[in-house]
Write a protein that binds this ligand. Structure first.
Ligand code: GRG
Length: 303
């Protein structure tokens, strides 16, 4: 990846981390007081865990590429990151991946307990809805747009997207899936929320239909590329680099791009998808500087 694009992607991610972390820390403090006790503490712990904030960076870059310029977009990005955090808290539970480490810290159920972490996951969903509603108000989008944004986020997070993909993934453990079925799993469990982040950025900027479709198509390709890179990192990265256990796919005998295409084949496919993602933007005349840099980062990332 060219040095200038790599620096641009690092800057975008650093900005997304700073804004998202600050906003979520405020909400964590408020919710800890509202809920109280150990449940409030656990919710605050999960909300404050420091992610890479890739979805927030994609959403903000999509918003700006569609002409948006208001700082309140950070609230929409935080709503998407909150749905993502809920999925990680539940994914780490013993009934799913049973992991002890996430984002370089002990998982929520290890610090607290399984019932508390389970409730944290459920509680985060309405927190995401509140974040989105407040941000839509601050951005001053039309009420129809605000409703459409909520539908986009929660459909992507539901049975047609993230939950459905995770469900298929759990059912596929210890089974070798053909590529077409693996693509459906990856597009659901990981791709749907990433695609929604890009679409939501466009919606918040009231992009016209061709530009919105281009951002969605970009998000669709980059969402799949993100999960392919995750498959590669699970096979090649270290727990220190990733802040989570590695080698879990092999332990659970999961079908992955690495199993089907090999490490180099998987890397090549992630890069092909990153190029395809950016081509959608070019065709619709959507500025591709920041989104192109993020696409390059996503396909070649090392953490
Ligand atoms: C009830 C079936 C059912 C599901 C509940 C648990 C769940 C919903 C969905 C799981 C979705 C999931 C964990 C997908 C994996 C996505 C992924 C690649 C996560 C890692 O994302 P990063 O690298 O993480 O962006 P950070 O920590 O940086 O935010």
């Amino acid at each position: 990846m060219p040095e200038a694009a790599s620096a641009a992607a690092s800057d975008l991610l650093a900005e997304a981390r700073e804004r998202t972390d600050a906003l979520l820390a405020d909400w964590a403090e408020r919710l800890e007081r509202e809920i109280g006790g150990r449940q409030g503490e656990a919710l605050s712990y999960a909300l404050r865990t420091p992610g890479k904030r890739v979805r927030a960076a994609l959403l903000t870059a999509s918003y700006r590429a569609a002409g948006g310029s208001l700082p309140a977009i950070a609230g929409v990005a935080a709503a998407v990151e909150t749905v993502h955090t809920y999925s990680l808290v539940h994914d780490d539970l013993p009934c799913m991946d049973d992991d002890d480490l996430r984002r370089g810290r002990p998982t929520t159920h290890r610090v607290f307990d399984i019932p508390t972490a389970t409730r944290v996951g459920y509680l985060l969903v309405p927190v995401a809805a509140r974040l989105l509603a407040v941000a839509a108000g601050e951005l001053g989008v039309a009420s129809g747009t605000a409703g459409a944004m909520a539908r986009e986020l929660f459909q992507a997070g539901g049975i047609e997207g993230m939950v459905g993909g995770q469900w298929l993934d759990l059912e596929a453990e210890r089974r070798r899936l053909p590529l077409v079925e693996l693509i459906a799993v990856h597009r659901g469990k990981t791709g749907a929320l990433i695609r929604a982040a890009c679409t939501l950025g466009g919606m918040a900027a009231e992009a016209d239909a061709p530009r919105l479709a281009a951002l969605t198509a970009y998000g669709e390709d980059i969402g799949l590329a993100f999960q392919i890179a995750d498959d590669v990192l699970d096979a090649t990265g270290t727990s220190e680099e990733l802040g989570k256990p590695v080698g879990r796919d092999a332990q659970l005998a999961k079908s992955t791009y690495v199993v089907l295409l090999g490490i180099e084949g998987a890397r090549a496919e992630a890069q092909r998808l990153a190029r395809s993602a950016v081509a959608h933007l070019h065709k619709a005349g959507v500025p591709s500087g920041a989104l192109g840099a993020l696409a390059g980062y996503i396909a070649t990332r090392s953490s």
